[in-house]
Design a protein around this ligand. Sequence first.
Ligand SMILES: *[C@@H]1O[C@H](CO)[C@@H](O)[C@H](O)[C@H]1NC(C)=O
Ligand SMILES: *[C@@H]1O[C@H](CO)[C@@H](O)[C@H](O)[C@H]1NC(C)=O
Ligand SMILES: *[C@@H]1O[C@H](CO)[C@@H](O)[C@H](O)[C@H]1NC(C)=O
Ligand SMILES: *[C@@H]1O[C@H](CO)[C@@H](O)[C@H](O)[C@H]1NC(C)=O
Ligand SMILES: *[C@@H]1O[C@H](CO)[C@@H](O)[C@H](O)[C@H]1NC(C)=O
Ligand SMILES: *[C@@H]1O[C@H](CO)[C@@H](O)[C@H](O)[C@H]1NC(C)=O
Ligand SMILES: *[C@@H]1O[C@H](CO)[C@@H](O)[C@H](O)[C@H]1NC(C)=O
Ligand SMILES: [Zn+2]
Length: 507
Amino acid sequence: MRSTITSCSLLWAAVATVVLSQEDRSRLPPVKALALQKAISKKALSTKAHELEDIAYSTPDRNRVMSSEGHNLTVDWITGYLDQLRDYYTYEVQPFIALYSESNGSLEVAGEVIESVVFEYSPSAEVEEEIIAVDNLGCEASDYPDAVADSIALISRGECEFGLKSALAGAAGALAAIIYNNEQGAITGGTLGEPPRPEGDYVGTVGIAKADGLSILSVLEGGGSVTGTVVTESDIRNVTTFNVIAETIAGDHSNVLALGAHSDSVFAGPGINDDGSGTIGILEAAIQLSNYSTNNAVRFCWWSGEEFGLLGSTHYVETLNDTAGELDKIKLYLNFDMIASPNYIFATFDGDGSKYNLTGPPGSAEVETFYRKWFKSRGYNITATAFDGRSDYQAFADNGIPCGGLFTGADETKTRLLYEKFGGEQGEICDPNYHTALDNYDNLNFDAFVPMEKALVASVAEYATSFGSLPEAKKARARGVEDGKIMRRALADESFVMKGHTKLWRA
Ligand SMILES: *[C@@H]1O[C@H](CO)[C@@H](O)[C@H](O)[C@H]1NC(C)=O
Ligand SMILES: *[C@@H]1O[C@H](CO)[C@@H](O)[C@H](O)[C@H]1NC(C)=O
Ligand SMILES: *[C@@H]1O[C@H](CO)[C@@H](O)[C@H](O)[C@H]1NC(C)=O
Ligand SMILES: *[C@@H]1O[C@H](CO)[C@@H](O)[C@H](O)[C@H]1NC(C)=O
Ligand SMILES: *[C@@H]1O[C@H](CO)[C@@H](O)[C@H](O)[C@H]1NC(C)=O
Ligand SMILES: *[C@@H]1O[C@H](CO)[C@@H](O)[C@H](O)[C@H]1NC(C)=O
Ligand SMILES: *[C@@H]1O[C@H](CO)[C@@H](O)[C@H](O)[C@H]1NC(C)=O
Ligand SMILES: [Zn+2]
């Protein structure tokens, strides 16, 4: 998939109209944290959040999903602001090809709707047939009785991947498959894995709760017959989508501070906290920084395809020219994904690994310390969030680049301890609108957004001036690469994949 990219390189649009002369730029005052913080207003954040919501709601799908009209317009909206800063930044719109997939569907058993999830990469199907139980766990071709042909296969979760079960069901002639959980409750989300598979073609596959599976099974085992209706609809295709990368014209381009946020949303809604807040956060920082000079170059990155599995940031890092030392030039990557959650916590990445035992590459600990001090010195509490591979820092960490950033919480519960530190609603998740249609302007929390933004620009001022406080980061990247790999290994539970922030079970 990545190798097709060179054919697109003609599409790279670079804007480099320099209005301010080099001399003009060097006359700008050096950036200072306090000045940048003072320049942050709730109004500027709020206006942009409205604009982003308007973009989503102006489109039929009312979202900003990768390659949708809403996302394409988001890219135009970002570059529209950057066009006004052409004397200070150059920018690139980086196209890349990404696998888009959407699926939905339903299940009826004996005329009754059963709650189900459609597995990612499930093909479209519309089948009304008898349900036939598969032997054992359906991991061997021999588990599939002849009767499964032209019927719906009922299979237990367990032992092997959902994808293998779906493919074996297909190979046995089944028209659809139902996989029931092997532990209490529903299967929360799953993937068959990107096709093709050697064992056969997938069939439309849905997942259901254990209790529902067992009740069908008990009828079948009692000699009865059960009819099911499986409907799945899928849209799986390669699309072209865009990252936006802006960099200060001035500053040392061999010593780069990179900041990132993802510009795409999920299907369900406009994504104004996830990650409109980070998108706006780094955009506003870019705007305010343009009144100052910096020693280091500062690069602002808006990633696409985060919600499909960190696609944009991964593509960007993978296609940087390592021979030309492009990776070594990035001294620090800061990530901002959800910084205005309604039931917020103030969190920074656990760079030193003290809380989650997932230590970032050398230098990450010092970045954690920087943010901790910033919040504490202003009388705020601060907590740590894990480098759990759920956002765009991962590709940088894999390459040993120090990472850090800020986060106000997604689907994690506000425990009593967090409630005591940050107030809000104890026992509720930090963003009750996470990945829903209600992740909109009205549900942003500016009591979180404004301080987070001030901390964000404070870190821009700090590291745009000097990386001197990251002594560890100066040492061989090789060691850092090892740390990034340890993080990834610790996360490499083969039983699931992360799609953006969403955990999809593989088995
Ligand atoms: C997407 O592109 C990749 C690489 O070119 C190709 O292997 C794959 O089959 C394509 N997938 C679809 C669904 O078109
Ligand atoms: C968004 O842009 C891509 C790349 O140009 C294009 O293929 C796609 O059709 C656009 N989306 C819509 C909904 O117009
Ligand atoms: C279901 O998926 C299909 C294919 O992507 C899409 O056209 C349709 O709008 C979806 N339906 C719902 C209710 O989301
Ligand atoms: C830069 O400073 C000027 C004068 O102090 C002010 O008018 C302008 O709004 C500032 N620009 C930004 C982007 O803040
Ligand atoms: C990467 O950089 C090296 C050294 O500067 C150069 O020779 C090579 O052509 C570059 N590769 C690409 C794909 O641009
Ligand atoms: C921390 O993780 C390492 C592996 O990365 C492991 O060896 C060690 O036992 C863990 N420590 C704790 C306290 O869990
Ligand atoms: C910080 O947390 C402590 C409890 O750990 C709490 O007593 C204090 O009020 C909190 N401070 C703020 C500003 O919320
Ligand atoms: Zn996000």
